[in-house]
Ligand binder design. Structure first.
Ligand code: SF4
Length: 235
């Protein structure tokens, strides 16, 4: 499956600007922005941010107020403050071996930065990666990360996967299945706020939600704890 996936990604992968850098600061900015904001909205904001603060030292030297102002429109200002504090910590002490020591950096973001910036064989589990692993029963390694992100965003969709266009279809045990919602969704249903509430309810019930974005968000607010990809309520 891995070979088929990587061949597909080579031909079909999205050309996202943070995929052209291995600078850990630039990667971290992209990952923090992407936690709760769509890719299309993040791209211009990521460029603007890096024009204003091109290095981790530059961001560290900024005022918190300027950082919050620059973040406006992206939502969840706590992310901006944590990114600022993380930059200050890196500027003072360098990048830690354990990236989760940085403010606001949970296991998912740490894994993404470790992989994309430092070349470590880590597979950060987001909602797309988790869904594809569950459907294919395949354990992918870190080299498959970007390909899994794109397959999950464009082919192996949450509700109606496009199995006919999928490079993994020949070996996928879930090929052809549908994942329709139990009832029609209203505008509010399906919102990120509702996804967070749903994920938190599931964790409280002792289940493991598949919505990795919501989990990352809940973890950031201290509402859940993620350990090795397993979510639980804080002690
Ligand atoms: S065959 Fe269908 S269910 Fe399986 S990975 Fe591809 S899109 Fe997803």
């Amino acid at each position: 499956m891995k070979e088929a996936l990587l061949a597909w990604f080579h031909a079909n992968g999205r050309d996202l600007p943070w995929r052209h850098t291995n600078d850990p600061y630039e990667i971290l900015v992209s990952e923090v922005m992407l936690q709760q904001t769509q890719v299309e909205r993040v791209v211009p904001r990521w460029h603007t941010w890096l024009e204003k603060w091109p290095t981790v030292d530059a961001l560290a030297a900024a005022s918190a107020g300027d950082v919050i102002v620059a973040w406006q429109g992206l939502g969840y200002n706590r992310r901006a403050l944590n990114l600022h504090r993380a930059a200050q910590q890196v500027a003072a002490h360098g990048w830690p071996g354990d990236l989760t020591e940085l403010p606001g950096v949970g296991p998912y973001t740490a894994g993404a930065v470790a992989n994309f910036a430092f070349g470590r064989d880590v597979l950060p589990i987001d909602v797309n990666v988790r869904r594809i692993q569950e459907r294919t029963s395949e354990q992918f390694d870190g080299s498959c990360t970007q390909a899994l992100f794109d397959l999950g965003a464009t082919i192996c969709l949450a509700r109606i996967p496009r199995c006919g266009a999928c490079p993994l279809a020949a070996e996928c045990p879930s090929r052809g299945q549908r994942y329709e919602p139990l009832r029609k969704q209203s505008k509010f249903e399906g919102s990120f706020r509702q996804r967070r509430a749903s994920a938190l309810r599931a964790v409280a019930a002792g289940e493991q939600p598949v919505d990795g974005d919501a989990l990352v968000s809940l973890e950031r607010d201290g509402l859940v704890v993620l350990s090795d990809g397993v979510a639980s309520l804080p002690g």
